[in-house]
Write a protein that binds this ligand. Structure first.
Ligand SMILES: Nc1nc2c(c(=O)[nH]1)N[C@H]1C(S)=C(S)[C@@H](COP(=O)(O)O)O[C@H]1N2
Ligand SMILES: [Mo]
Length: 369
């Protein structure tokens, strides 16, 4: 007998000296990151926003597209794209980050999409708020979760599925959740979820279901595969804690110029300005500290206004480089809730999915004499 588990591999962590494999490379070429120098832009230029798609990018014809809204509601509805577009429309800049950002630097490495630090981007999403649509449909008072199903289909760890994620009902009703058909003023490209996607501000990317085709209010806690997968756990048996909001992170727009292969930065003696972006899904970023000596000393960066309440903010710090040598540059962010990245360049706390790790961004900079 052949079965789905014959074609689908269990989750695993890499062996001690095991390099990134062709399976991981195949994912990495499909799911690209954002070149970090593009953090100089408030909004990530079209096509450069990071990308993560578990299965295939489905073909969805916008002319025949319908969004089904049903389950525990008084009036189930089926909406065309034009009907959605004629509803109240807002444009909201949102920073999305993949929960697995930074995973490839963990030891042992969870074998999956091998992100370094680039699984982030900020787009101005245009769409209609989800809450009013749910309220008009008349949500049952005993509703618990709202399930969002995409048009993409595949197998993961032996389980055949449509990509589906849920939000607790109160979050779906409030929470600034958006049904978006455009990003940065252009119709969504296929890879980002055309013709319609969910955007859940402040939450890790997995919640923002692409190619959204069905919304269902349910009276029980939704326990689909993607709800069980995105949890913080040390071993596969553990129940673990569900991933929701984005932990604070700061990244550096790489200064100077790079070496092609090592990506080591080269900087000339003289005055420079370090800059980057910082964000948190829990609250506004309140501090970014920067080190140029591998964490021995830290200086507070200047914070610029956030691009929006749900988007990253720019930080800058003048750096007058007077001595030739090797420097290790890093930055750490702290938010209004007191959540913060560490002050040490040691490895992030490990979990089996490599999720929500606060690993510091480290840049090796060489200043020639
Ligand atoms: N339908 C569907 N939605 C999805 C995914 C997917 O594979 N299928 N990937 C999720 C994950 S893990 C992330 S990080 C974000 C990435 O969104 P982007 O590719 O537009 O950057 O989409 C989320 N929504
Ligand atoms: Mo993700």
């Amino acid at each position: 007998m052949t079965s789905l588990s014959d074609v689908s591999v269990p989750s695993r962590v890499a062996g001690n000296d095991e390099g990134v494999g062709l399976d991981e490379l195949a994912l990495a070429t499909r799911n690209h990151g954002m070149p970090l120098e593009l953090m100089r832009h408030d909004l990530t230029p079209l096509g450069a926003h990071y990308l993560l798609t578990h299965f295939d990018i489905p073909y969805v014809d916008p002319r025949t597209f319908r969004l089904e809204l049903g389950g525990a509601v008084d009036h189930p509805v089926s909406l065309t794209l034009d009907e959605l577009r004629s509803r109240p429309t807002v444009t909201v800049p949102v920073t999305l980050e993949c929960a697995g950002n930074g995973r490839a630097r963990l030891h042992p490495r969870p074998v999956s999409q091998p992100w370094l630090h680039e699984a982030v981007g900020t787009m101005a999403w245009t769409g209609t708020p989800l809450g009013p649509l749910l309220r008009e449909a008349g949500v049952a008072p005993d509703g618990i979760d709202v399930v969002f199903t995409g048009a993409d289909h595949g197998i993961e760890r032996g389980e055949e599925q449509d990509y589906a994620r849920s939000l607790p009902l109160p979050m779906a009703l409030g929470g600034d959740v958006l049904l978006a058909w455009a990003g940065n003023g252009a119709d969504l490209p296929p890879q980002h979820g055309a013709p319609l996607r969910l955007v859940v501000p402040g939450w890790y990317g997995m919640a923002s279901v692409k190619w959204l085709r069905r919304i269902e209010v349910v009276r029980t806690t939704f326990d689909g595969y993607q709800m069980r997968a995105y949890r913080l756990r040390q071993s596969p048996e553990e129940a673990g804690e569900a991933l929701t909001r984005i932990a604070p992170r700061a990244l550096i727009a790489p200064p100077g110029f790079p070496d092609f292969m090592s990506r080591t930065r080269v900087l000339r003696i003289g005055p420079h300005e370090l800059e980057g972006r910082a964000w948190s899904g829990h609250g506004p970023v309140t501090a970014v500290d920067v080190t140029v000596d591998g964490g021995a000393t830290w200086a507070p960066a200047r914070l610029h206004p956030p691009v929006g309440p749900w988007a990253w903010r720019r930080w800058t710090l003048p750096w007058d480089v007077r001595e030739p040598g090797r420097y290790v540059v890093s930055a750490r962010a702290e938010d209004a809730t007191g959540r913060a990245q560490p002050h040490q360049l040691t490895e992030a706390p490990w979990n089996r999915g490599g999720f929500a790790n606060g690993a510091l961004h480290r840049l090796d900079v060489v200043v020639p004499g």
